[in-house]
Every structure is written in C-alpha cells, then in structure tokens.
Design a protein around this ligand. Structure first.
Ligand SMILES: *Cc1c(COP(=O)(O)O)cnc(C)c1O
Length: 361
C-alpha cells in the first residue's frame, strides 16, 4: 500500500489513524455485526455516534449552550440559500465578497432578498482581505456574511469584521477546527466538512438559538431547509448522512487526542511557516496573497509562467505530491495543508520545490 502526500483543497486528506480505525470497524461496528453504513439511524448505536460527535465538537470549540449544532446534508452550497431563507426577516443582508464562495453566497441571497455588497477584494483578484473595521452596514440588515477562509485564493480574516451589532454569519468550511475560535462572536458559524473534517456530504451548522425562526421569513422555504425542522429533530428529521457523521466524530476524537484546537493551531502555523518562508525566499516561486492575510490552510503560489507551472505540477505528481494544481479559475498552484497533513508532507514538498528550482531557475 502506498499513501501519497495529498494537497487537495477538498475533499481532502484525513488522518490515517481515523481511516484505519474506520477500516477495522467496517464489517462489524463494535459487536453490532454490521457496518455503520448499514445500520438504522434510529438505532441506539447510531444515536450514540451522533450524540458523541456533537458532545466532542462542543467540547473542542467550547460551544455555548445557547447554540444548536446541526449535522445536515446538501453541502455548503445549499446553505447559501438556507441562510437568507431563515435569516432575512427584514429582507436585507450585508455581504463581504472576498472570493468565489462568498460571491456565490451573495448571488444566491439575491434570489431571496436584498443582498448588499459592503466590501470586496475582487479588484485585485481576491488576493487580500479588505478593511472591515467601519463598513457601511445597512441599519436594517439582518446579518453580515463572510467566508472566513477563502479556499481558492488563500486569504483568511485575521480579525472579524465590525458588524455594527448585526449577527455575523461565517462560512468556515476550509478553516473549521484549524485553530481556536470564540463561537460567541458569531451568530452562525458553519461549513462543509470535506475540507478539514470528514467526507463530503455533511455540513455542520452552529447557530445561535434566537436566530432559528419558528417560521422562516422567506415564503415557501422547503421543510428540509427550515433550520427549525432540523433543530427540533436532532438533525434526524430524515435520514442523516450517517457514515459521514461517524467519520467526523472520529476526527473530533483525533483532534482531542492531538491536544485540541490550540495544538492544531501550533501544528498548522508551523507547517504554513515552512512553506511561506520558502516562497518568500524563492527565486522561482512566489505566493500570490498579501502577507498579512495569508491562510494557514490554503497556500496558492505561481512561477509567473503557465508552462513552468504545468511542468511543476506534472513532476510533483510523479514524485508523489498530489493535487497541487491551482483552482481552475486562477491557475498556478495551490497546496492545501489542512489539519491532517503531517509536517513531513510540507517538508518533503519544500525539498522537492527547492530541487525543482535548482533545475529550472
Ligand atoms: C468547498 C467550499 C464550499 C462549497 O462546498 P460544497 O459542499 O461543495 O457545496 C463553500 N465554501 C467554502 C469556503 C468552501 O471551501
């Protein structure tokens, strides 16, 4: 068996330990005589899996009691609609557009109400985070929306925007559990899990209870997209993505064992520093993001020559470094170095880049 260093932006690398454990439990989950994939979501065994997953996540993130945790399906993109449907009481919201995912959320919200773009970094291909300390937030905005870590462009909000008292809604798909957060600063903190936590298909919503409406303000909101439906039924109004939730639960336990979010932050900072230091000193490669806005998770870089970029991606793949090609919308390269990427993976990548630079500069 051979495992590569997988720098995919998502679905992405998972801890090997978690995969091994899941493999061991595949045919007979703890004496039930069946796989988690085969068991009823109403069984005691599965109830324990989802309860433990929620308890471990609450513990890891220190989630206050007045927040609900929902494990849903439909991916992050489905919540681009569910958020305005559940939250646009005044029919208005402020969006900060710092990349493709924020833009998609902004565009989707326009279907259901008035989405106001209050800041953007599109003028410089989303290579920075705009100053959000004093934005023109409409008085009657129901919330302020951000994508906290921009997976495609490799930028990250290092300070949260001043929302002028409005609830902050943050898509943290690609920085979920990468460092400690103060959940109480958010109205809704949420994301798809396939970047940093588990298999595609699960989306985790952490929502302050008072933001879950009895009846969504947007007419004809489908039952499945009403947060209330999901909250009242413990994420099991219908069959949840059982196997995905089970793997997420194992990843939560892995993070706890590794020392929790403080330890993850230290681990991630160490890895990112190795790569950024090399990029800053390299004669061939350079990073594309303003230094103070750099993500710990997604590191885009270029040589400045598309043919050279392609040659690098090809040779890297042959050497066992997978998925380094940049997003189709931006080109170049991108190394995603999520929680489960070991430091050895980043060190090996940098050694490979050095060698490539010597041969090609
Ligand atoms: C990947 C990603 C999404 C989209 O996730 P899907 O589950 O494919 O809908 C949304 N937001 C961010 C920040 C992402 O990285």
């Amino acid at each position: 068996m051979k495992r590569v260093y997988n720098f995919s932006a998502g679905p992405a690398v998972l801890p090997e330990e978690v995969l091994r454990e899941a493999a061991e439990e595949m045919l007979d989950y703890r004496g039930t005589g069946m796989s988690v994939m085969e068991m009823s979501h109403r069984s005691a065994a599965f109830q324990q899996i989802i309860d433990e997953a929620e308890a471990d996540l609450r513990d890891l993130m220190n989630i206050p009691d007045n927040y609900k945790v929902l494990f849903l399906q439909g991916g992050a993109s489905q919540q681009f609609a569910a958020i305005p449907m559940n939250m646009m009481k005044n029919g208005k919201a402020a969006y900060i557009v710092t990349g493709q995912w924020a833009k998609k959320a902004y565009q989707e919200a326009q279907i259901y109400g008035e989405a106001v773009k209050v800041a953007s970094s599109e003028d410089k291909t989303f290579s920075y985070i705009p100053d959000c300390s004093d934005l023109d937030i409409p008085e009657d905005a129901d919330y302020v929306y951000i994508c906290e870590n921009n997976t495609i462009y490799g930028t990250k909000f290092k300070t949260l925007p001043n929302t002028k008292g409005k609830p902050l809604v943050a898509d943290v798909s690609s920085c979920f559990l990468s460092e400690p957060v103060d959940v109480s600063k958010y109205g809704v903190i949420w994301g798809g899990v396939q970047k940093n936590i588990g298999p595609a298909g699960v989306v985790i919503m952490i929502i302050r209870e008072d933001l879950i409406p009895e009846t969504p303000p947007v007419a004809n909101t489908p039952t499945m997209l009403k947060w209330k439906t999901q909250a009242d039924n413990g994420s099991m109004y219908n069959t949840p993505p059982c196997y995905g939730i089970y793997i997420c639960g194992k990843v939560f336990k892995w993070i706890k064992k590794m020392g929790g979010l403080e330890a993850m932050k230290a681990h991630n900072e160490k890895k990112a520093a190795i790569l950024y230091k090399f990029l800053d000193e390299s004669k061939l490669f350079k990073g594309t993001v303003r230094a103070e806005d750099r993500s710990l998770m997604n590191v885009p870089f270029i040589t400045g020559d598309a043919d050279m970029d392609a040659k690098f991606v090809k040779e890297a793949k042959a050497a066992g470094f997978e998925n380094l090609k940049g997003h189709r919308s931006v080109g170049g390269m991108r190394a995603s170095i999520y929680n489960a990427m070991p430091i050895e993976g980043v060190e090996a990548l940098v050694a490979f880049m050095k060698k490539f630079e010597e041969e090609n500069a």
